[in-house]
Write a protein that binds this ligand. Sequence first.
Ligand SMILES: *Cc1c(COP(=O)(O)O)cnc(C)c1O
Length: 375
Amino acid sequence: MDLSTGSAIFDSLGVNRVINGRGWITVVGGSIMPPEVATAMSEATDSYVDLNELNLAAGRAIAGYTGAEAGLVVAGAGAGLMLQAAACITGSDPELRQRLPDTDGVPNEILIHSGHVTNYTGCYRSAGAKVVTWGDGDGPADEQLETAIGPDTAAIAYVFHPWNSSPLTLEQTVTIAHARDLPVVVDAAVMLPPASSLTTYIEQGADMVTFSGGKGLRGPQSTGILCGRSDLIEAARLNNAPNHGIGRPAKVCKEEIAGLIAALNLFVRTDHEAEWAVWRARSAVIASAVNDIPGLEVKIEDNDPNRAGPAVAVYFRDGWDGPDAEAILERLAARKPSIRAGSGNYDNELFITPVTLKEGEEHIVASALREDLLA
Ligand SMILES: *Cc1c(COP(=O)(O)O)cnc(C)c1O
């Protein structure tokens, strides 16, 4: 494999390339932008525009794709979560916008089911919100949520993620929240593809939804989408750069806005079934390289509707006396280029997702995995 692919800057800095079998994950570079997206970004750098005008226009394009009243390009879904909290706390009040993250004396609690807490839940706090979990008490879930709502509740958060769940559906949560005039804010960072997610949560009554722009959407890594009710999106916009609010450090530049819109235009035209078939074939190459090894159970996990693509899971079973999953991950990572795989959701499991492999890399991963398992 040609190690000098990509940026000459990486080479001049002496930075190695990674073969990414972990998926659209920030720490290994997120995603690779298709040429259409990269071109949109380099063309956008050729002229000045009024950023407020561009933000509003890009927001209308997002509204068109999501069926929401309004949209906004944000600096990743993480910024989307911060702006959801900011918008729900400040509403249209300019003085409140000026004093975030100080939320003294105004409703500032974001309620979230304990099963929905992720590494990203803290993003709400950066707007000055207080995160309050519910769901660990006794009794039916709907009653527990109703009891948790109080005078300081600003919004109810809802998360879609393969590893997270709540006993209430989004629609049930919306019914309870709307009866109290409270907004429901959704974290759907990892839910693209499928393309249907663009509209599903809005249809189900969510007041604001955020998606990563730099995961399965394959836009610029540092972008995201926020969409929802027009009053809340306007509040989010005013809290965000280029305005001087809590979101000023979460700036999105004109090139990124152009790239995100180009990525959306491309995403909705993509044949996702054909793409899935390519990923399935890559999974089969990797699985078949190791599924004869005694003590391993190798599965292609292909039918989880909450996942953006298939994946290869390798379980170490009784009778396996080779190195454990952690040691294998280290061996793969020590290679040049470094091969990164995941550790899955169970003890002693290896998890390889083909969605971020470049064409042909499945063969490199397959033979490296076999070699490192048998070494
Ligand atoms: C990745 C992720 C985020 C953050 O998204 P970015 O676009 O990287 O900021 C938020 N929530 C969840 C559940 C995620 O997986």
